[in-house]
Ligand binder design. Sequence first.
Ligand SMILES: [Mn+2]
Length: 334
Amino acid sequence: MSETHVEKLLEAVGDASQVLILPHNNPDPDAIAAAVALRYLLTEKLGLEAHIAYRGIIARAENRALVRYLGRPLQRLRASDLQPGTCLVLVDAQPGAGNAPLSPEARVAIVIDHHPRRDVADAAAFVEVRPDVGATSTILTEYLQGAGLKPAAPIATALFYGIRSDTVGLSRGASPADTAAFCYLQSQVDLEALSRIEYAQVPAGYFKNIVSSLQRARVYENVVIAYVGPVDYPDLAAEMADILLRLRGIRWVVCIGAYKDLLTVSVRTLNQRGAGQLVQDIIGDRGTAGGHGAMAGGQIPLKGEDPDQVALHLGQRALQQLRVAPGVTGKPFI
Ligand SMILES: [Mn+2]
């Protein structure tokens, strides 16, 4: 990445007195790492201290370990953070996306993301949306390189982990840019910290959720549909979907969890494409959906409906879309 490209990003900050960096809701390692790396870039190049704020919760054990390791750089977003004159930056998300922390009308100055491009992003002064890239952390690594900055171990470790988790170790949706960033960061990674993050201990409830997901999962040919029921935090359906995709003979997993008054849906496939489309097809206009070729997710607000009924309906829609014959009955596998 060229220095002039970095300059354009820095120019988009303009004369804002405050910069607020916002990852997507329930931020994952890629979003957290991208936010922290961008804050570092702005501090080094513009001498200003940006803040990072998020909506939702950081609950997954690995993500909690990551933010602990980084010195808790994220604060919960408060209404008072959104003062006029604040330069708003979205990372790993776009205006109008279901998991974006701002309304589509919010005046966002900078968007850096790798999800499929949305038109609303065009209103921002600086937009870098690269759906061909596997992680926003890759884009931020390129910015740091372009700016001639060598991040210290914590940021390098976070970016490395961001790329690794979003691309499942470069095996899903990774591009040559991801491989290049991954290799560049590798020598700067704090391996001990990385292992503490990746193998963070989990609460007992995690195993209870695994047991109930496995018991409730049903296999339809090469598709698993799992309605996990109530989950302790919204990311859990995604974690379970990752686990279930390892079942021999399976190419598609649709995992649904109920969190507060939301149903969260996670789709995983061994195919390199189709997950984002499937989650959009099954959710339709009842909620929001987004994602990539091999992994995608969405959510549906429950307006007093029975979560079990809605989940059942979503599962049936998924089977239809995946062309599983209507006569096929789901079988438990344990
Ligand atoms: Mn990402």
